[in-house]
Design a protein around this ligand. Structure first.
Ligand code: ADP
Length: 304
């Protein structure tokens, strides 16, 4: 079941086409990566989902029916361009923003205190926003984004400006929120975090969706029958022992070991490769090399 879907969305700005018949399906309780090069149309789609702008054409479904104005209380959005009022106190500002999401003041304070404690930032409560670093302010904005327990969370580049420790903290919180039932749409250029977090992805290029589905299936579909083998140093030319149908993509030698990347045609299996090598070398490790989301992104966008 999808928590959100966009069907055939088109959006023009004056004479620029930002989205052309874009459809996405975001399954309930999943993390969905919205990917694409700069100018692809991601922010436009995110603004449409948040009802900041309206599409020229297309349908938006939320929780099994048409998206309505009141659904905004079921959505938490952390935009890429974000800012807090510098002169306000962290507590006042957080309470104010939580109230805008429909919480009573009492409930806002209760939930904020819970999150400040959880993230170990209680000491920031009485500080002014301007006393916090950019990364610290971002943590506050993360808390405010999720404070009303929305069904759908939308994070645009949530890790930009955070140090590695805080990236990890926020990553884990995003995974926890998903595990507790939230659905997450997440836009980023950081492909490593896509690999770690996303269940599903959609790749938008030039205002159109060019790839969409379960990340695991996409990675499988793009695999190239390539294996990385680590074996003991072998004096002769490695190519001389390989089946001529196999391709030695690269090899790195150090004193004792050779690491070779070998691609075999689809008509062969990994066992065929192992059998070719075994009479000549002693194998230390053998793994299939799956394409990274970075490889797939670059390949698909260049093909287009
Ligand atoms: P992304 O978020 O993927 O980088 P955007 O959705 O911001 O892409 O932009 C998609 C296209 O729409 C780009 O060509 C961009 O220049 C154009 N665009 C975005 N916002 C506006 C706007 N307010 N007015 C005119 N053109 C815009």
């Amino acid at each position: 079941m999808n928590l959100f879907s966009a069907k055939e969305i088109t959006k023009h700005y004056a004479n620029v086409t930002a989205l052309q018949n874009v459809s996405i399906e975001v399954p309930q309780q999943s993390i969905f990566g919205l990917l694409g090069p700069n100018g692809a149309g991601k922010t436009t789609l995110i603004r449409i989902i948040n009802q900041i702008i309206a599409p020229d054409n297309g349908t938006l479904l939320f929780d099994g029916r048409k998206l309505e104005a009141k659904d905004i209380f079921q959505i938490g959005y952390l935009p890429e361009e974000r800012g807090l009022y510098k002169k306000m106190k962290v507590s006042e500002q957080s309470i104010y923003l939580a109230q805008l999401k429909g919480l009573s003041k009492q409930e806002a304070v209760k939930r904020l205190k819970y999150w400040f404690e959880k993230l170990n930032i209680e000491s920031w409560w009485n500080k002014k926003v301007e006393e916090l670093s950019k990364g610290m302010q971002q943590k506050i904005q993360f808390v405010v984004t999720i404070i009303h327990n929305p069904k759908l969370l939308i994070f645009d580049e949530p890790f930009s400006g955070l140090d590695p420790i805080n990236v990890n903290i926020i990553k884990n919180e995003i995974l926890n929120l998903r595990n507790q039932g939230a659905t997450v749409i997440f836009s980023t250029h950081n492909m490593a975090s896509v690999e770690e977090l996303c269940d599903y992805i959609a790749l938008i290029n030039n205002s159109e969706t060019i790839l969409q589905g379960k990340m695991k299936d996409i990675k499988k579909a793009y695999k190239s029958n390539t294996y990385e083998v680590l074996f003991n140093n072998f004096k002769d030319d490695i190519k001389s022992i390989l089946n001529p149908d196999f391709t030695l993509i690269e090899q790195n030698k150090d004193e004792d070991l050779i690491k070779a990347k070998i691609q075999i045609p689809k008509t062969y299996t990994s066992n065929d490769l192992i059998q070719t090598l075994l009479p000549h070398v002693s194998i230390h490790s053998f793994i299939e090399v799956l394409p990274t989301m970075n490889d797939i992104f670059i390949k698909k966008v260049n093909e287009n």
